[in-house]
Design a protein around this ligand. Structure first.
Ligand code: TXA
Ligand code: MG
Length: 317
């Protein structure tokens, strides 16, 4: 079992000793280690059982500190950074040779994010290296939004989890990058596209691919529970599966006839829905139901990122 405390000095001591730890962020919990050391990054891949073609995000406390690791920062990136950092946005930038190939899976760009979570930020400020941190779940499974989730899944593989309460945003960061003058969204996430477009104009959203993705957060199957889960019209699906014990994850309406019915947000609030998404999926996956039924939420604001996660949670490949 991992030790769980709020002590950032203890976290720093372990990280300085090249250990990896559970890290709270406002999006999801990360599995963090010194992103400049290939040996440490290699441990992260191993503990997560993550394929090496899937690069990691580096976390820092300031744009000034990030400048040390990248070639140049486009004006649009600066505009985005000053508006949304710290926060749930990851920006892809041309990297220099201070970052090991393994961190970026050999790609020319590195992903950087400044998290808003106060514990994560205070820790990053006392470190003299950025933290590589993928979500702290075994590859392909549901992302963790509190320290208990991390303990349950990776507690026997890491020594320490920094306690930081529940992740307020609840879904991973939005990933943005620049190609031939175009602004590209590689992963929908906790920062709404509307907010980005209001600031810098139209962006292009990349569709998911099932092999060799540019950002493997875009792999079709991801965030998937172990139980069978179907996305669609809940009432119809209940009729078709009336002999089974059913668990339901719905947007705003609850279902009396189900064994378990979890509602993402009774008032239809998209932020509340995002915050509850992964933890409710996990509750259903751990429950005694035979089948999980879920539905799309309205496709607006964070709803787009929620639907993206739901869609991929229901695909097995
Ligand atoms: O909110 C988040 O972003 C969380 C917290 C912990 O910060 N982290 C997270 O990491 O979601 P992870 O590893 O689960 O997802 C990172 C995604 C991956 O799909 C990866 O492919 C993409 O970022 N990525 C990282 N570096 C990249 C690069 N150089 N080029 C393209 N995609 C990259
Ligand atoms: Mg992940």
């Amino acid at each position: 079992m991992a030790e769980i405390t709020t002590d950032i000095n203890r976290a720093k001591a372990l990280l300085d000793a090249q250990e990896i730890i559970g890290l709270p962020t406002e999006t999801v919990y990360g599995l963090a280690g010194n992103g400049l050391k290939a040996e440490v990054v290699s441990k992260i891949f191993e503990v997560k059982n993550r394929p090496h073609f899937d690069p990691l995000i580096l976390h820092s406390h300031s744009l000034e500190a990030i400048k040390e690791y990248v070639k140049d920062i486009p004006e649009t990136a600066k505009t985005l950074a000053s508006a949304f950092w710290p926060g749930p946005l990851t920006i892809l930038l041309e990297r220099n040779s201070k970052i090991p190939d393994l961190t970026c899976s050999g790609l020319d760009r590195v992903a950087f994010r400044i998290p808003k979570h106060p514990k994560a930020l205070s820790l990053l400020k006392i470190l003299d290296y950025p933290l590589a941190a993928p979500s702290a779940n075994p590859f392909g499974y549901i992302s963790p939004t509190n320290s208990t989730h991390v303990q349950q899944q990776l507690g026997d593989k890491i020594q320490f989890i920094l306690e930081g309460e529940i992740s307020e945003v609840g879904i991973e960061s939005t990933i943005v990058g620049f190609e031939n003058g175009e602004i590209i969204i590689y992963r929908l996430g906790g920062l709404e596209i509307d907010a980005i477009e209001k600031l810098i104009g139209r962006v292009k959203i990349l569709p998911h691919s099932s092999s060799k993705p540019d950002a493997p957060g875009m792999l079709k199957s991801h965030y998937a529970p172990r139980k069978k889960i179907i996305l669609g019209d809940i009432e119809k699906l209940m009729e078709q599966n009336s002999k089974l014990k059913i668990g339901i994850l719905s947007f705003s309406k609850s279902y009396k006839d189900a064994e378990i019915s979890l509602v993402l947000s009774k008032s239809g609030d998209m932020h509340e829905a995002a915050k509850n998404l992964f933890s409710y999926l996990r509750t259903l996956d751990e429950s005694k139901v035979d089948l999980i039924l879920t539905e799309k939420v309205p496709n607006e604001g964070l709803g787009k990122a929620i639907n993206d996660r739901l869609q991929r949670a229901t695909i097995k490949d």
